[in-house]
Design a protein. Structure first.
Ligand code: 5RP
Length: 219
């Protein structure tokens, strides 16, 4: 299967994890977009969706799926989203599409996180993909200096503003051996909104697209 076929296959497989009548948390990115297209086929069986970005909200609405405000929702049984890198421990780097903060918020509320990726995203150690960090604009230079102290090489994502009005620093050169610790350390830097490590709230299940079909890894 091509990378795109793998994305479509895991998006379709994720539908099997959606309980009838539930509110679904929906991620952002090309794989999540395929999931939205699949979700549209069962839209009459769900109550609605909570979106992790403006782009996702638009795509859901285009398909006639009701988009709910997270503040009016107390229970999200399942959140479905892609990742930029994921380990066998189901720790992830996310935020390649810049939606990491809202993704982390919806994932925090959700009872189950189903991650859907093609096989290129599975890694032994996180960090080859530059780690995105959402930063309040006035703190950009300060946060960058602090990250250099931690051994990273931050680069401002050019021409990009998040849905929350902030900037993204993409941090190169990290070999992340302890993602739980680094996630906390980075979030302690004043001016950081959040970072793209999803280790404290990791995925519960990975649906991985492979040449031989969909492989399921659960913890
Ligand atoms: C967006 C994300 C995406 O999940 C991540 O970038 C993967 O995207 P794609 O499915 O297009 O490979 O975190 O902020």
């Amino acid at each position: 299967m091509t990378q795109d076929e793998q994305k479509r296959a895991v998006a379709a497989a994720a539908i099997g994890y959606i309980p009838a009548g539930c509110i679904v948390g929906v991620g952002t990115g090309s794989t999540a977009n395929y999931f939205i297209d699949e979700l549209a086929k069962i839209k009459n069986k769900i109550e609605g969706a909570v979106a992790s970005s403006d782009a996702t909200a638009q795509r859901l609405k285009k398909h006639g799926i009701e988009v709910l405000d997270l503040n009016n929702v107390s229970d999200i049984p399942v959140y479905v989203d892609g990742a930029d890198e994921i380990t066998e421990h189901l720790h992830m780097i996310k935020g390649g599409g810049g939606a990491l903060t809202r993704e982390k918020i919806v994932a925090a509320v959700a009872r189950k996180f189903i991650c859907i990726t093609d096989q290129t995203k599975l890694v032994n150690v996180l960090g080859n993909f530059p780690l995105p960090i959402e930063v309040i604009p006035m703190a950009r230079s300060y946060v960058a200096r602090e990250i250099v102290q931690l051994g990273g090489h931050p680069a401002l994502r050019q021409g990009f503003i998040t849905d929350n009005g902030n900037v993204i620093l993409d941090v190169h050169g990290l070999q992340i051996l302890n993602p739980v610790e680094l996630e906390g350390t980075l979030n302690q830097i004043t001016g950081v909104v959040t970072n793209g490590l999803f280790a404290r709230r990791s995925a519960n299940t990975l649906l991985l697209g492979t040449d031989n079909g969909v492989r399921t890894i659960s913890i």
